[in-house]
Write a protein that binds this ligand. Structure first.
Ligand code: ADE
Length: 350
């Protein structure tokens, strides 16, 4: 059921605010990705500690420690791994856990590494048990154990792999197995970007793509990009199209606002799925708590989209609350939709 739309009917959602990466993003993003720390905007504390680790590794002429980056999609985990490789002056091989399904996939990639290289594994929480167990000795002591032969004739072969750095990225640090997490020397969370930081990201992108935009245009897009560079970079192109077709003009604040209204992206960057989620909890479950599976089924979305894409931003914006019994809409969430909480809900907030 979709609130505010035909009951029992699922509707296509605009994906402009979907922070997850598409194949198109991969090509587009690699063309605008910063290559050095000086061009990488935001994540100031993380950049500072990483710069120290990199300088130290270079002075010691050793690999930098294995690193785990976690946080919502679209905040620049892959970009950061690329910057680190570039700053270290080493090659990076990029893969993701679903591509490492069979033992030979992970063995193949480990054996293809050259000394000092970086191996980046996206969605590392999705590695299967066998792949994880192959990875442990490779990460710790730089060898892999391989079984050869059949039945009684099996032999264990210990094969050295070159010293390398593993950079893992995940949206779900909690889903990583304990032993795998323990093997990372550096673990960092990426934070949502401020409006000011997103304006700088957009300014840089506009320059690369030769898009003319004034400060109020940058601000309008940044405000509605839910703290996420990937979304900001996607929206600026949609707004450029709107400015060109409707006004034959550069981007101004007013044009950006109009274009984003047309895309049904509100002032906080919420889209129709986010608003439907809040309305659903309020109207059908008296503000919650309600379980994530129930929410996902009612919105015709998968649990992963709700958990990885909608929830992190709604939580950070303080519009929903996580409780042991499910999700609740906060007083701010009620206010946003202009709905007054019931007497029961009001007493629960106090
Ligand atoms: N594009 C995407 N993320 C970026 C960042 N953090 N800095 C600069 N450009 C970016």
């Amino acid at each position: 059921m979709i609130i505010g739309s035909d009951e029992n009917k699922c509707v296509e959602n605009s994906n402009q605010l979907e922070a997850r990466e598409t194949d198109f993003d991969k090509t587009f993003e690699s063309s605008i990705r910063p290559k050095v720390f000086d061009d990488y905007i935001g994540q100031a504390e993380l950049k500072e500690t990483l710069a120290i680790s990199i300088e130290s590794a270079k002075k010691r002429e050793q690999c930098i420690d294995h690193m785990l980056f976690y946080g919502p999609p679209g905040l620049g985990k892959t970009t950061l791994a690329g910057v680190i490789a570039n700053e270290m002056g080493v090659n990076i091989k990029i893969t993701s856990a679903p591509a490492l399904e069979r033992p030979r996939d992970i063995i193949g990639i480990l054996m293809s590494l050259k000394s000092g290289e970086i191996l980046f594994i996206d969605e590392i929480h999705r590695l299967n048990k066998i792949a994880e167990e192959i990875l442990y000795p490779a990460m710790e002591d730089f060898y892999i154990d391989m079984m050869t032969g059949k039945s009684q004739a099996t032999k264990n072969l210990r094969i050295p792999v070159p010293k390398f750095t593993l950079i893992g990225a995940t949206t779900k640090a909690g889903s990583l197995s304990g032993p795998l997490r323990d093997r990372f020397g550096i673990i960092h969370r990426l934070e949502f970007y401020s409006v000011k930081e997103l304006m700088s990201v957009l300014k840089r992108t506009a320059k690369i793509l030769d898009i003319k935009i004034d400060t109020s245009g940058l601000n309008a897009i940044a405000r509605r990009s839910r703290g996420t560079p990937r979304i900001a970079n996607r929206l600026i192109k949609r707004v450029r199209d709107y400015a060109l077709v409707r006004y034959d003009s550069d981007i101004t604040g007013q044009i950006a606002d109009e274009a984003l209204d047309l895309l049904k992206i509100d002032d906080l960057g919420l889209n129709s799925t986010d608003r439907n989620l809040l309305k659903l909890i309020i109207e059908k479950y008296d503000g919650g708590p309600v379980g994530i599976e129930t929410i996902a089924a009612a919105l015709c979305e998968d649990v992963k989209t709700i958990e990885d894409v909608c929830e992190p931003y709604l939580l950070q914006a303080g519009l929903i609350l996580r409780t042991p019994r499910g999700r609740k809409v906060s007083p701010e969430g009620y206010r946003l939709l202009g709905i007054v909480p019931s007497v029961v809900q009001t007493s629960l907030f106090e």
